[in-house]
Write a protein that binds this ligand. Structure first.
Ligand SMILES: Nc1ncnc2c1ncn2[C@@H]1O[C@H](COP(=O)(O)OP(=O)(O)OP(=O)(O)O)[C@@H](O)[C@H]1O
Length: 722
């Protein structure tokens, strides 16, 4: 006979536990351990409360009682840990239900809560509500329930008249209730909330309101059954994302896909978290082995290093051992080296391509074409589309290239590029794009070989490929990845946000053999930034149109946050020197934090060097952010905008956001000669600013000197005066 029991912890209970003293958390851990071994242990005093068949209490220690929900035979859910006085005081205050929309278990404490607030260290701004009209008067009960609002909370929701009351209530409301009420409070129309907030978490099958055993398994019941979670809490070695996913996130992680799938969504919505959990999910279903059938890749080196650290935190060495984690260019380079296809050549940065073309034209006396034009044509069309022959180039589509080319012109360009690549080879160099193109070709040949011979002459490289920061990969990268994994269920899983594209790679996945139609989803809830920062960051994106990686358009509709904080500060100075004074004054007003929680971001290396010296001159430790991230964890971090992808800070100053710097002055030369390129470069600079503005969690200050950047709307700039 088994004496043990299953004991899961509800997300909300876990939050309560974390507020206890270390000794009491330890007691909860002990309790859980004992309970799992034998819930009938008399010391635990497990008993039903007030004749209620499901709600039970058990003894944690002298002061605390665990409130448990009996799910099925020997299956329990820890829903709260309360002081013993509270548990027996008034049981009618606890309500539990299966939500009819999500099918998840919800437990609510209906008692008024004292001083809880949603948010972080920064006090919310006073936003007085002018009238005392109930906040949700415009919606009927039926409408709120249709949106998935918790039924037992309805009477209290009806009473709410101020934002402060709303915040207090939502601090203890179930996730969907919080998401929905915030969206309505923000003025989002009912239909939009239904589509963007409720639909993504709706249960896949009809919900039986009495079947708790089924309900506890659904993504909407945010639980962990993991003993290590509590142990980690005690050791303070734990982050919430490792254990509690938002129901929308969990659904995307656990779903079976019939082919390539893509998850989009604004900054900080947990796309990387979803990618990591997806890897763990796929790994759980692998047959035992010592190989690495899962590839986890991203754009650059420091992002790949970060993925490795986080995957290790999520699943330990056992998980990491089954996953090949590598940034995309290194992967391409590995393929090429393995095939001995690029022996002895040094890889040079793609930024050098226009200069190299310039040198080549000068040296060879070839005329008729401009170096910039040839560099872009070669990079974007010939290498970008992995074109291998003149015939292929004759047929190639040249989207976004502006000027059209005759057949004769294409012939000339093809010949020039052939000469150019030989010229590069003679110098012993090639570019990252060339490496990617070569790797793609090698992998496509390899895939064709393995397909030809029956049973597969060569084994496919991977069983699953997971890509983070998908917006920045080039067509050649995609062709390589496509060839590395056989088409089929759960082959490719991509996460990314085209609003954050900071390298000049525009692709249509469908044309590259990666069909994501019908398997594209979006996350909309930011876990990183406050609503105040988000609103201003979104202003920066005003008027720009973004693609969905597949020929369509994508927007940030529904993008929101439940966190709140101070409004970002916008401030101009007359000169760069005066702007640096502004930086110093602002650092002081924030108490000069040197623990690595604050960063200063600027558009150019020159400005970064100036800021580093200025901060040091103030006697503060300044730390440069290099290609592998900050060189030290503490100090005041300083870096250019490109370096901020993948980083997070509590507070940030973005300085030098001036006209001529953001966007870069140099791109204005394309305004007339190549308007499409001009648009693309401008969009890229806008995205860089957007990425930077969405890195801080709590506070943001944006400075400029002279005329502010055109990306700062007049509403933001005028904020300066207020
Ligand atoms: N379910 C969750 N619970 C707690 N924290 C979460 C959760 N999901 C995401 N986060 C936190 O939100 C922050 C942003 O997550 P993540 O980096 O995955 O977002 P992203 O969408 O990839 O962002 P970006 O597009 O800006 O790179 C991280 O600090 C992460 O730990």
């Amino acid at each position: 006979m088994t004496t043990g029991a299953m004991l899961r912890i509800l997300d909300r209970a876990d939050k309560e536990v974390m507020k206890l003293t270390r000794a009491d958390i330890g007691a909860v851990y002990e309790f859980m351990h004992k309970f799992r071994n034998n819930p009938d242990n008399p010391g635990l005093k497990l008993k039903s409360l007030n004749g209620d068949s499901r709600l039970m209490s058990a003894r944690v220690n002298r002061d605390y009682r665990a409130l448990l929900l009996h799910i099925a035979d020997r299956d329990y859910l820890l829903v709260a840990v309360k002081h013993r006085g509270e548990v027996y005081d008034d049981l009618s205050r606890y309500a539990y239900r299966i939500n009819r929309v999500t099918g998840g278990i919800e437990v609510v404490d209906l008692a008024p809560v004292g001083d809880s607030i949603v948010g972080r260290v920064v006090p919310p701004e006073a936003e007085p509500t002018p009238t005392q009209k109930p906040l949700f008067d415009a919606y009927s009960d039926a409408q709120l329930l249709e949106l998935g609002v918790s039924e037992p909370l309805l009477p209290q929701i009806r009473e709410l008249t101020t934002e402060a009351e709303l915040l207090e209530l939502l601090d203890r409301a179930p996730q969907l209730t919080t998401d929905v009420l915030f969206a309505l409070f923000d003025g989002k129309p009912y239909e939009e909330v239904l589509q963007q907030v409720t639909e993504p978490v709706r249960a896949d099958e009809p919900v039986d309101l009495e079947d708790f055993a089924a309900a506890v398994q659904r993504p909407a019941t945010q639980v962990t059954s993991d003993d290590e979670a509590l142990q980690a809490i005690i050791g303070e070695a734990f982050e919430r994302w490792q254990i509690f996913l938002h129901p929308t996130q969990r659904k995307l992680v656990e779903r079976g896909y019939n082919g390539p799938a893509r998850v989009g969504g604004g900054p900080g919505t947990g796309k990387t978290i979803v990618a990591l959990h997806r890897v763990a999910h796929l790994a759980r279903h692998l047959p035992p082995g010592t190989d690495k059938p899962i590839l986890l890749t991203t754009f650059n080196r420091n992002l790949a290093a970060d993925l490795r650290t986080r995957l290790l935190a999520l699943g330990g060495q056992e998980l990491v051992a089954r996953v090949d984690i590598i940034n995309i260019d290194r992967l391409a380079s590995r393929v090429v080296t393995e095939a001995k296809a690029g022996a002895n050549r040094n890889v040079v940065s793609d930024n050098q391509v226009p200069d190299l073309w310039g040198e080549f034209l000068l040296e060879t006396g070839a005329s008729g074409w401009d170096a910039d034009f040839l560099a872009a044509e070669w990079t974007q069309v010939i290498l970008g589309q992995v074109l291998n022959s003149r015939a292929e180039y004759f047929k190639a589509r040249r989207p976004n290239r502006g000027r059209s080319l005759t057949r004769m012109e294409r012939d000339q360009i093809w010949q020039l590029t052939e000469r150019f690549t030989s010229w590069l080879e003679a110098r012993g160099v090639w570019t990252w794009r060339q490496v990617a193109q070569r790797a793609a070709r090698l992998e496509m040949d390899r895939a064709a070989e393995s397909g030809e011979s029956s049973g597969g002459f060569r084994r496919p490289r991977y069983r699953h490929v997971v890509v983070d920061e998908a917006q920045d990969l080039s067509a050649a990268h995609w062709k390589m990845l496509r060839a590395m994994v056989p088409p089929g269920p759960d082959d490719l899983f991509l996460t990314g946000d085209t609003h954050q594209r900071i390298y000049d790679n525009h692709v249509t996945l469908g044309s590259l053999g990666i069909n994501i139609r019908g398997r594209s989803s979006r996350l909309t809830l930011s876990y990183r930034t406050t609503r105040q920062i988000l609103a201003d960051a979104l202003q920066i994106m005003t008027g720009e149109v973004y693609d969905d990686l597949d020929g369509g358009e994508e927007d940030l509709a529904g993008y929101r946050s439940l966190l709140r904080g101070a409004r970002p500060v916008f401030h101009g100075a007359a000169t760069w020197t005066q702007e640096q004074d502004l930086i110093v004054t602002h650092l002081r007003s924030w108490g000069n934090p040197v623990d690595g929680s604050l960063a200063i971001c600027v558009p150019t290396r020159e400005l970064a060097a100036d800021v580093l010296s200025r901060v040091e001159a103030e006697g503060l430790p300044a730390v440069e952010i290099g290609p592998d991230g900050p060189k030290q964890p503490d100090g005041i971090h300083v870096g250019t905008m490109h370096r901020f992808k993948g980083l997070e800070y509590q507070r940030m100053i973005i300085a030098g956001v001036s006209d001529g710097l953001v966007p870069r002055q140099v791109i204005s030369r394309y305004r007339d000669s190549d308007p499409k390129r001009y648009q693309r470069e401008r969009q890229r600079d806008r995205s860089l600013l957007f990425v930077a503005a969405t890195r801080p969690r709590d506070e943001l200050a944006v400075f400029w000197h002279g005329t502010p950047s055109p990306f700062l709307t007049s509403r933001l700039v005028q904020r300066e005066a207020t």
